[in-house]
Design a protein around this ligand. Structure first.
Ligand code: NOJ
Length: 749
């Protein structure tokens, strides 16, 4: 009976396939291979494929499990010889010879470390994001890693949340574009190429909205907001062929993502037709018990698999309980088969059956000149110039002595940032080293660390620092956060500078010398006072391996800042959440609000005429989304629309002239925002719809044209249908989210 069933399935699926000819040939062949293999597997072997284990310390028992076909994937293993060994156990000594899938968190570089993703986002440049991921894949695959858990595409509007460092910031559209670029970089054109890695869109869903910015915390995102704000990058990832998706730790409105059937089955599989692998986050199946959502591990396994989770990361609920659950009829064999199909399909797509081993004798690509150069360019493009009074930067010929001060000037480990397992600090070039090596023959560089690390409170060397500052023509102070202060499980309630760093800046200020502050951090910090004290401020995020040379060249004007903030900087923590594309309120701030000190004594109770703002912080943030200065200036003029009235299928051509009106050849990130003036539900004050990097020589003017599909104005409104609603729209083009040329157009249906 059973044999008959299997034969019937194979015959049925083969009949369903259009004969494996034509352009679909490869995927058709893969489907056939998957079905053939699946038909030979025992239930235990199937469940084995759904089991992902940590391979950090593999022992004999672990090897036995591989031979028994009880492990489908291993993470955290990166020694090529060991990987080849365990792969041979799987291929030659397990009954069916199914290769293992080796995974690791390769987040912003493998050996050559690129800026943290939040920094990369500041470049507004999908090309450098794609190139960074391609390089990471080239390096990591040489060590046998064929699956990375990136990109993280959680919309992040809370800088207290440590993982904001791993994100592309607060905007849905920017995240979507950059995440797709990263996926393309990791996966290349062909997943079966040995230098391609499967990407993983994570974390589905809403993890960045963790309550109070506390990691692993609950979220409360209603379906409309999920669909309008949080889900679009994931849908774009699926459309771009992202091979895998990871569920998030958080529960949204009471349902942990790992057990969310609506999310995994209705949206992901049915609406988006995703045919890749859905993996849990680390032990997030078991954690449904801790959440109090599942009674025990067995219940958690049942909930996760029935919700549509294919592979469990490390917590063993599947391998321990799925067999019984199938026997008890609580999980159907077709549900198991569906999950295993997704996993086998990925292994075939990666070419692992043809080519499971790593060629260990190839020239090592890690830290190659080409990779280091790419990392340097990425770092340069990620830097955001936040202030530059009296054009202190770039440093001019009159500067003969530079005092380099601060705990981040020579911190090779910390400048790499969070989620670095494999990059080695010995390869990092710090700003101090770079300044000495690249500009040491031109200027005299004097250095005092003053604080050993960012949390250091010992002020005993401040005198020395002040002394040095007095002897210099310019002081450059490097402050920020150690790498471990952001990233997973590193949320902060206070995001001002740690330790005695602010005191250090206050002290150095006494020298009355031009003061340049360079921040290296994994998140926006509340730095109002430090900005006020400084003449120039460069925000360099955690810039990675080549951060030093990139900073040195920018300070000396060999490169020009072009980065723009991918996230709003609050003045103080109490302003959070603060993001540019918030909904319109009934009492919007006007900018002339009464502040705390202006309230008369014994003022009478009143609310009329008041707006949505804080008495102490006002309305605006410290720095707006999209903001960033250059060494030059850009003028926007002559905004013209191809039509003032369009239908929903039209494409609006938006053109204007951009002039470089300063003295440096430079790149501007041109941004286009749209406001939907009346909606069936309240709409955001504005939304980024397009952006482009434009490089111009001094004095050059160029006509810039965007082609904005009216379809891109669609959203989920009152009836939860994704569509463009007719009416008036404001349109703005400019160099940040607040200033620019404005006009209007209307959409009719
Ligand atoms: C937990 C993190 O949330 C996830 O992003 C990561 O990929 C896994 N651990 C594996 O390390």
């Amino acid at each position: 009976m059973r044999i008959f069933k299997l034969v019937a399935i194979v015959v049925f699926t083969t009949l369903m396939m259009p004969g494996c000819n034509g352009p679909e040939k490869v995927s058709c062949k893969i489907e056939q291979n998957v079905e053939q293999l699946l038909s030979r597997m025992t239930l235990r072997e199937k469940i084995g494929q759904m089991n992902q284990l940590n391979g950090r310390r593999p022992d004999e028992a672990f090897f036995e499990q591989i031979k028994n076909g009880e492990i489908g994937s291993i993470l955290n293993i990166e020694q090529p010889e060991l990987i080849n060994h365990i792969q041979s156990l799987a291929v030659n000594e397990s009954r069916l010879g199914i290769p293992l899938l080796i995974a690791r968190d390769v987040i912003h570089g493998y050996k050559t470390i690129f800026p943290i993703p939040l920094g990369q986002a500041a470049s507004f440049n999908p090309d450098i994001v794609q190139e960074g991921a391609r390089i990471a894949a080239a390096e990591a695959t040489q060590d046998g890693i064929r699956w990375t858990f990136a990109p993280m595409m959680d919309i992040s509007r809370d800088p207290r949340w440590g993982r904001i460092a791993e994100s592309f910031g607060e905007d849905t559209y920017l995240t979507e574009v950059l995440a797709v670029a990263m996926i393309r970089g990791f996966q290349g054109d062909d997943l079966s190429n040995p230098s391609s890695m499967a990407a993983c869109a994570k974390h589905l869903i809403g993890y960045g909205a963790a309550e109070g910015g506390k990691d692993y915390n609950s979220t409360y995102i209603p379906e409309r907001q999920l669909r309008n704000v949080y889900l679009p990058p994931f849908e774009a990832a699926v459309k771009a062929g992202c091979a895998t998706i990871m569920t998030s730790f958080n529960d949204n409105d009471g349902i942990p993502a790992t057990g969310n059937r609506f999310l995994l089955r209705d949206i992901l599989r049915k609406e988006w037709r995703f045919d890749g692998v859905v993996v849990s986050d680390w032990a997030s199946v078991k954690e449904m018990v801790v959440h109090g959502f599942s009674a025990d591990d067995k219940d958690a396994a049942m909930t996760a698999i029935n919700a549509g989770l294919d592979m469990e990361m490390v917590s063993l609920c599947y391998i321990r309980h799925l067999e019984t659950l199938v026997e008890e009829g609580k999980v159907s064999i077709s549900t198991i088969d569906e999950a295993v199909r997704n996993i086998l399909r990925l292994k075939f797509r990666l070419g692992l059956f043809d080519n499971p081993y790593i060629e260990t004798d190839k020239t090592r690509l890690a830290y190659s000149e080409e990779h280091l150069q790419a990392a340097k360019i990425a770092a340069e493009e990620s830097f955001v110039l936040l202030k530059n009074n009296n054009n202190v930067l770039p440093l001019n010929d009159r500067v003969k002595t530079i005092a380099v001060i601060g705990p981040m000037a020579d911190a090779p480990h910390d400048q790499m940032g969070t989620w670095v397992f494999d990059g080695e600090k010995e390869h990092t070039v710090t700003p101090l080293t770079a300044l000495r090596e690249m500009y040491g023959n031109q200027v005299n560089i004097i250095y005092e660390e003053a604080l050993k690390f960012s949390r250091d409170k010992d002020k005993s060397r401040f005198n020395k620092a002040l002394d040095l500052a007095r002897r210099a023509d310019v002081v450059i102070v490097f402050v920020g956060e150690e790498s471990i202060l952001s990233g997973e499980a590193h949320s902060l309630a206070d995001i001002s500078l740690q330790g005695a760093q602010t005191d250090l800046i206050r002290e150095i200020k006494k020298a009355k010398k031009p003061l340049v502050t360079v921040f290296m951090a994994g998140r926006p910090l509340t730095i109002g006072e430090e900005v006020d004290l400084s003449d120039a401020v460069l925000y360099a995020w955690h810039p990675g391996t080549m951060g030093g040379p990139a900073i040195a060249d920018m300070l000396f004007g060999k490169s020009v800042p072009s980065g723009k903030l991918p996230v709003t900087f609050p003045k103080m923590v109490g302003q959070i959440p603060v993001y540019y594309n918030h909904n319109r309120t009934g009492r919007p701030a006007r900018g002339n609000e009464v502040l705390l000190d202006e309230i008369p004594l014994e003022a009478r109770q009143s609310s009329l005429g008041n707006t949505s703002y804080y008495l102490d912080a006002g309305f605006g943030p410290l720095f707006h989304f999209g903001f960033g200065l250059s060494y030059t200036t850009f003028d926007y003029e002559n905004l013209i629309l191809s039509s003032l009235e369009l239908d929903a299928n039209a494409v609006l051509e938006v053109s204007f002239n951009l002039t470089n009106s300063g003295a440096f050849e430079a790149t501007e990130v041109v941004q286009l925002y749209v406001t939907d003036l009346v909606g069936s539900t309240v709409r955001p004050v504005k939304e980024l719809k397009e952006f482009r990097r434009v490089s111009l020589k001094p004095g050059e003017t160029r006509k810039i044209s965007f082609h904005l599909p009216i379809a891109s104005l669609a959203f989920y409104g009152i009836d939860m249908e994704y569509k463009v609603e007719p009416g008036m729209f404001n349109l703005m083009v400019g160099g940040n989210s607040q200033e620019g040329l404005m006009t209007q157009f209307s959409v009719c249906l």
